[in-house]
Ligand binder design. Structure first.
Ligand SMILES: Cc1cc2nc3c(=O)[nH]c(=O)nc-3n(C[C@H](O)[C@H](O)[C@H](O)COP(=O)(O)O)c2cc1C
Length: 411
């Protein structure tokens, strides 16, 4: 069965679990049952036991009441399908632990953000808890509202939503046909696994500022620079060079350059924003075992470059393409990269002996890391948020949203 995320909702005893298990038969690979229930009393114990007996032996059970994302990420490459039973209990466990709806929603969002990189299918079981009378206490009302909100978020991004009524599945959301009539599927597309790898590198790439002192394997770094060197460039100019910096003396000078530039940068902000700026970690120059300065030789192919007559910065942009290749290849190799631009370029040129005619495009810190940030550090720190892609896509005219055939943008 093709990868698909299915939400199965309904009231108590409406046949949700039975339907999910029946759907599970369509998956031929490893099937994981992710149980979020916590057993506090005998009644719960016998309910859980009953559910267990309903499952065939080909389901592997994992119990995880609070952090199903961790279990999903651990299983994602092995499992064909992961069935989470159930969302409502998970939300209830989180609400009891954190007593804060915002925290719960953030945790749910983290799970949703991981969806694009999951190669396996997901089935989530949930409950429609809002259909009855208004709960008499505040915790009950908060839980009801939160459970409804979480259901909405999951239903929005999952491919298919089924509502169970008296044991009968009613499909209330169908997967969008991406390759319907007129939308020709390319015969040149990569295999599912290869595409998955590429998208994983893209979505899991992070600008990193925390490094371990462990050395970087020269062979691995060689591959990463080789990937950088295969970027597109205007007129096939390949204007880049890569200075690999490991001398602690030089790194110290660059770190001093950063400190001064950053102090000056902080002065451009005021009040809370300034305080926040000063609390941010914005470089790992001396911690990273390797620094790489990527430069652009604007005269590499002489003054007349094919394609650079009217847009003169194209050689600089080409060098940025090389940096992006480097960043993605490094992520695939498990290496962390952090871009530092808070530097006085002339001083950096002097410290690295770079001639005047050469432009510095990127100063990168490269090394191993304990763990990759799940989201941009500036987002976690509350400095900025990812913009909504749909606000950035226009059709035919600047800022026009009108289109007969609009794109299907993933959430
Ligand atoms: C051209 C460029 C310059 C950057 N300069 C810095 C910098 O000086 N210090 C820093 O901490 N991050 C720097 N960054 C990293 C950005 O802050 C980071 O890319 C952004 O917050 C998004 O996070 P992500 O890369 O983890 O997705 C730079 C990124 C780019 C592309």
């Amino acid at each position: 069965m093709n990868k698909k995320n299915i939400l199965i909702s309904g009231g108590c005893r409406s046949g949700k679990s039975r339907h999910a298990l029946a759907l599970g038969q369509k998956f031929t690979g490893r099937k994981v049952f992710l149980a979020t229930a916590e057993i506090f009393d005998d009644e719960m114990k016998s309910r859980v036991q009953k559910h267990r007996e309903e499952r065939s032996d080909d389901w592997i059970t994992i119990e995880e009441p609070l952090d199903p994302l961790a279990a999903i990420l651990k299983e994602k490459d092995k499992a064909d399908v992961i069935l989470l039973d159930c969302l409502t209990l998970w939300v209830s466990n989180l609400l009891l632990k954190y007593d804060d709806e915002k925290v719960v929603l953030e945790i749910v969002n983290e799970l949703l953000e991981a969806l694009p990189v999951l190669p396996c299918s997901l089935m989530f079981i949930t409950n429609e808890v809002g259909g009855g009378i208004v709960p008499e206490n505040k915790l009950g009302r908060d839980f009801r509202d939160l459970a409804g909100l979480v259901n909405q978020r999951i239903a929005e991004v999952f491919d298919e939503v089924v509502y169970m009524v008296s044991g009968i599945p009613v499909k209330i959301k169908e997967p969008i046909q991406q390759n319907g009539a007129g939308n020709k599927k390319s015969t040149h597309e990569f295999s599912k696994e290869k595409k998955q790898g590429l998208y994983e590198a893209i979505y899991q790439r992070r600008d990193m500022r925390h490094f371990l002192p462990d050395p970087v394997d020269p062979e691995v770094l060689g591959r990463v620079l080789h990937a950088a060197h295969h970027a597109g460039s205007v007129g096939y100019m390949q204007p880049w060079s890569f200075m690999v910096i490991q001398d602690p003396e030089i790194k110290k000078r660059v770190a001093d350059n950063f400190s001064e530039a950053s102090r000056e940068g902080a002065e451009r902000f005021e009040g809370e924003r300034k305080k926040l700026y000063e609390s941010l970690k914005l470089e790992g120059i001396q911690d990273a075992p390797v620094n790489i300065c990527v430069t652009c030789d604007r005269n590499r192919s002489g003054p007349n470059v094919l394609g650079r007559n009217t847009m003169l910065e194209m050689d600089l942009f080409s060098t940025c393409c090389a940096v992006q290749n480097l960043w993605l290849a490094a992520r695939a190799e498990g290496l962390a990269v952090g871009w530092v631009s808070i530097l006085y370029p002339e001083r950096l040129k002097a410290d690295l002996g770079i001639p005047d005619s050469i432009e510095i495009v990127a100063y990168l810190c490269v090394g191993h890391t304990e763990s990759f940030y799940k989201k941009p550090l500036l987002e976690s720190a509350g400095w900025g948020k990812r913009l909504d892609l749909k606000d950035l896509v226009f059709y035919d005219r600047w800022e026009s949203k009108e289109c007969d055939n609009p794109l299907l943008l993933p959430e």
